[in-house]
Design a protein around this ligand. Structure first.
Ligand code: HEC
Length: 286
């Protein structure tokens, strides 16, 4: 950890001012930034994270994908999806809908994430989530979300941010992304915008573009924490927690069966930064 802190400290940059531009112009600006930084990378390839920007890492990844390690877990996710009658709660029976999440729901005045709706659905269907060990972020719950994402493969991310309250939530997420935090005083943007492509000890930093398309992911690191194929899965908000911890900031945990609203806002902004990119979840990561 100490070495990581030294490596991180070397990347520090001054906090930029965050403008209140429209989401579309934010995305255009982000695309221009990366087109300059990585001129050889095709836009669609950003959906592959670090494997879009490193040839040697890409070879490792392609060999992991030959026998996709997430397949048994996705099958379990599918059977749980059926068992808990999740299809009842969603448009199109819950199949091929991930690309429209998160979305602003005018009735509740809130942004809804797929995982938030999934948890609400399980409760509505009378499932005792505690007894069934269904919790946000990982395990069986993440496997159901991974199955739903899997059925959405090749659909294009299409997050909408209407004017008014939705825009305010988007801006809250954007501010979260650019705000310095933790004892190390780092923003998400420090690592995933300004220092994308830099190696932090053994970690190559991925660009923010496309970061959401392959979530839930299947991580080798998480897989190693148990013996079931479900251990590898983690949702995007689980990853936010991990990145927060890396800079010694407190992760924002779900409370009372609901996701933290700051992470929801972050997910809204963050997913917008993948608009136009195809869903390819679950992705395999180290
Ligand atoms: C100190 C640097 C650092 C900061 C700050 C940081 N991350 Fe990360 N993040 C990493 C590293 C290292 C990885 C693993 C390599 C990679 O894919 O970038 C990672 C991975 C990720 C991934 C997974 C990418 C993939 O393809 O699987 C997401 C998503 C992510 N970070 C989002 C965020 C968000 C959102 C924030 C702000 C809350 C944040 N990160 C802050 C270093 C950082």
């Amino acid at each position: 950890m100490k070495k990581l802190i030294i490596a991180i400290a070397a990347l520090a940059i001054a906090a930029p001012t965050v403008s209140q531009a429209s989401p579309q112009s934010d995305l255009n600006k982000m695309k221009r930034h990366f087109a300059k930084k990585f001129p050889g990378v095709k836009y669609q390839d950003y959906a592959n994270g670090i494997y879009a920007i490193s040839k040697s890492r890409r070879i490792e990844w392609e060999s992991m994908e030959e026998f996709p390690p997430y397949e048994p877990g996705v099958e379990i996710g599918k059977s749980l999806f059926k068992k808990y009658k999740v299809g009842k709660c969603f448009k199109n029976g819950g199949i091929g809908i991930k690309q429209n999440y998160p979305y602003y729901d005018g009735k509740s005045g809130k942004v809804r994430t797929l995982e938030g709706d999934l948890m609400a659905c399980l409760k509505r269907n009378g499932i005792n989530t505690k007894n069934e060990k269904l919790q946000f972020g990982k395990g069986k719950f993440a496997a159901i979300a991974a199955y739903m994402a899997f059925t959405s493969r090749d659909k294009t991310t299409k997050v909408k941010v209407p004017k008014g309250k939705a825009r305010r939530i988007y801006n809250k997420g954007k501010n979260f992304f650019y705000a310095k935090r933790g004892q190390l005083n780092f923003s998400c943007a420090d690592c995933h915008v300004y220092n994308a492509g830099v190696t932090l000890r053994t970690n190559l930093l991925s660009p923010v573009l496309g970061q959401t398309t392959h979530f839930p992911v299947y991580r080798k690191k998480w897989e190693a924490t148990g013996t079931s194929p479900l251990h590898g899965f983690g949702t995007i908000q689980r990853r936010y927690s991990g990145c927060n911890k890396m800079v010694r900031a407190k992760p924002l945990k779900p409370k009372g069966g609901k996701q933290n609203q700051s992470y929801v806002a972050l997910e809204y902004f963050h997913t917008y930064m993948s608009n136009g990119l195809k869903i390819n979840a679950p992705g395999v990561r180290q």
